[in-house]
Design a binder for this molecule. Sequence first.
Ligand SMILES: Cc1cc2nc3c(=O)[nH]c(=O)nc-3n(C[C@H](O)[C@H](O)[C@H](O)COP(=O)(O)O)c2cc1C
Length: 215
Amino acid sequence: MPTLLHLDSSADLVHSRTRALTAHFAEAWRAAGPNHLVTRRDLHRDALPHLPDAALHWPPRLRPADAHPPAAAETLQRELIEELVDADVLLVGAPLYNYSVPSTLKAWLDYIHVPGVTTPFDDTTQPMAGRQAVIVTSQGALYDPGTPREGWDHAVPLLEILLGEALGMALTVVTVPLALVDVAPPLAQFRERAEAEYAAAFDTLAAVAAELGAR
Ligand SMILES: Cc1cc2nc3c(=O)[nH]c(=O)nc-3n(C[C@H](O)[C@H](O)[C@H](O)COP(=O)(O)O)c2cc1C
């Protein structure tokens, strides 16, 4: 059965733009066929503990001989990786927090990025290679090329490296800028653009979900 793994990480449970957009995608995914499943993981409501032991970055065969990571953390890591590998499509709500991803999403990445298990290291294993990942990100400000803050968004590049390069997934990134138009006076001039791009993102995501769901 075609399965979507739907992750959210916004700490805003009321006005979140990424949550609204990922929910719209998930709805379109479900509508793509009677057997289309959604596995939901809310990384803010059910936050993962920080990775408790560096040994968990490696499979047992690559750990130091004296490594003894907590068994419960190993079990959790196994569940998270299985959940990911069971997914045909990954959907990630990733708001820009302090120029990076929310720490809740970073914790998930720390569990699932395991050289030799989810990314090639001493062998060629790469179970997510070629699968689709849809990244939905919202920025408070504006990071366009040529603007003073060009290159300050480190959330999308991080996800491109980890999910795209390391895990080998095919990424679609939908970015909605200017969430803070009503709060930051210098951004007020961009209100029309902010509203238009936010509205357009819903249509884009519905179309991407329908297209991926039909494969
Ligand atoms: C803890 C926190 C840190 C933030 N840091 C940034 C930032 O570095 N740059 C930025 O443009 N906006 C920043 N924002 C604004 C958010 O990116 C923006 O409100 C976005 O819409 C949040 O996603 P959401 O609407 O899905 O909750 C921050 C917001 C929060 C709550």
